[in-house]
Ligand binder design. Structure first.
Ligand SMILES: *[C@@H]1O[C@H](CO)[C@@H](O)[C@H](O)[C@H]1NC(C)=O
Length: 483
């Protein structure tokens, strides 16, 4: 193929364009020409393919797989959530994303290993007021069952944190509004409290950054985790039966039963922590899933992706090693060797990324690069986009275009070369953040300093199958995981 088409959906609609370009290039040839270097370095696409539609398309056959859950964007037609009361704008999403990155930077530079203040009772006043990772609004959730009989709960999944929690009755202090019925441990036969003298209670310090508390009456272990100036969950650290799929049931799963919860969780019932810490879902389910999970984040909020636990029936994947120099106990670290824009490698010193390190995060929306790398990427991208009229900046995104006069656009391809080397070509939907057709922005932003950790965020991961082979110490990427 002369044109590497981003998604097979686009294929048929691009064919006429393909012949148009081919005939321009070689007007005497009756066969389309097979290699035009310029075109090979561009994504050609219909603008429509960047916009969510008003109805939901389930995009994956993979979600029928064993141990596989459907992934839905929090705000979009595939979500059952009530959107009216949670009208979130694109600037809101991006502003929240800044808070998450601030939190990640503070966790990594201080390497919080607990030793914070302890959670005394179910009172938010006992949580130290430090910045947290707002569970940004650009997040994705899955539905799992908790308890016996099981109750279905929509939980945000997050590779950047470890504790799994949900709001619990009787909501002793406070519960925010959620879509599902709030979990009631008194109606479940498989629920049990964890004592504050139990060794697993102690593990909360390094998992949450707060030392656990102890209830004065029943000596139940109390956790506290905060995700931002206003978002937190505090409650009993407990064990319960977790039903992942009809055939995959995990007994005695450690989770937080939240009695005081507040924040921007978008109507979801709580969160699944998929980080590296021993209390994360991944580590707790080692015997069942072997420390492997994978996901595909859909290209727009009107399609679905998947989150699969256990070995995937892999398509073609390229693997990069998880770094062993751990800067924190939660995050997944890797290396970036190079970035190419339109087939040209950005000229960057090789140590640029290794100085501050690199993490991959499902919860950060926009990839953050060292300022030096961002400047080079932006300049190469702008060059390739020079024919399009500019549009105003959008929060942290400073390179935007008004594409309202176009039906078909061409954008420079961007590839990340991870350590290995493992070259991952981003889809068009992984390069652009579309606020509207009048404001389509380059979906990258600079860190404050070259020494800050680089974050490979979730826009860039869209449509890729991302496999976390935690036991094998590697991360795999495959094109075309979902639409
Ligand atoms: C768990 O501990 C809380 C707080 O002390 C208590 O109210 C609740 O009844 C306990 N639940 C069980 C099943 O022991």
């Amino acid at each position: 193929m002369a044109i590497q088409i981003s998604s097979s959906l686009l294929f048929s609609s691009l064919l006429p364009l393909f012949f148009f370009f081919s005939s321009l290039e070689n007007s005497h040839a009756s066969q389309p020409t097979r290699k035009d270097p310029e075109i090979n370095h561009l994504h050609l696409l219909h603008l429509n393919s960047l916009l969510p539609s008003s109805s939901c398309t389930s995009s994956t056959q993979d979600s029928k797989r064993k141990g596989s859950l459907e992934v839905v964007h929090k705000y979009g037609p595939c979500s059952q959530q009530n959107h009216d009361e949670t009208k979130v704008t694109h600037s809101d999403i991006l502003n929240l994303d800044k808070e998450r990155v601030k939190y990640i930077h503070s966790r990594i530079s201080k390497n919080l290993g607990g030793g914070g203040e302890s959670v005394k009772e179910l009172d938010s006043a006992t949580l130290p007021a430090k910045s947290g990772s707002l569970i940004g609004s650009g997040n994705y959730f899955v539905v799992v069952g908790l308890g016996t009989p099981k109750r279905d709960l929509s939980l945000i999944f997050d590779t950047g944190s470890d504790l799994t929690w949900t709001q619990c009755q009787p909501c002793a202090r406070s519960c925010y509004k959620q879509q599902d019925v709030i979990f009631d441990p008194s109606k479940s036969s498989s629920y049990s409290n964890i004592s504050c003298t139990s060794p697993v209670c102690t593990q909360l310090s390094s998992a949450t950054g707060n030392d656990p508390g102890c209830s004065s009456s029943t000596k139940a272990c109390i956790y506290g985790i905060q995700y931002g100036d206003q978002s937190f969950s505090i409650g009993y650290f407990s064990r319960e039966r977790l039903t992942v799929t009809a055939t995959d049931v995990i007994d005695n799963f450690l989770f937080g039963c939240g009695q005081n919860n507040q924040g921007l969780f978008g109507g979801s019932a709580g969160l699944i922590g998929l980080g590296r810490h021993p209390i994360s879902f991944v580590q707790q389910t080692t015997s069942k899933y072997g420390k492997i999970f994978s996901y595909c984040l859909p290209s727009t909020s009107s399609s679905t992706g998947y989150l699969t636990f256990g070995a995937a029936n892999s398509r073609r994947l390229v693997y990069t090693s998880l770094s062993s120099t751990s800067r924190s106990s939660s995050f997944y670290e890797l290396d970036i060797a190079a970035i190419t824009v339109a087939g040209v490698k950005l000229s960057l010193t090789p140590s640029l990324f290794s100085t501050g390190g690199v993490i991959i995060d499902s919860g950060t929306v926009i990839t953050r690069l060292p300022p030096t790398a961002y400047a080079a990427l932006r300049s190469a991208f702008r060059q390739g986009m020079s024919k399009y009229p500019p549009a105003p900046e959008l929060s942290l995104l400073d390179t935007c275009y008004d594409l309202s006069e176009y039906k078909v656009i061409s954008i420079p391809k961007i590839s990340f070369v991870f350590g290995g080397p493992a070259t991952v070509e981003l889809q068009a939907q992984g390069i652009l953040y579309v606020a509207s057709i009048k404001q389509v922005c380059l979906a990258f932003a600079p860190n404050g300093d070259d020494s800050d950790v680089t974050i490979f965020g979730n826009v860039q991961q869209r449509t890729l199958e991302v496999v976390y082979d935690v036991g094998g110490g590697r991360i795999g990427f495959g094109a075309g995981g979902c639409k």
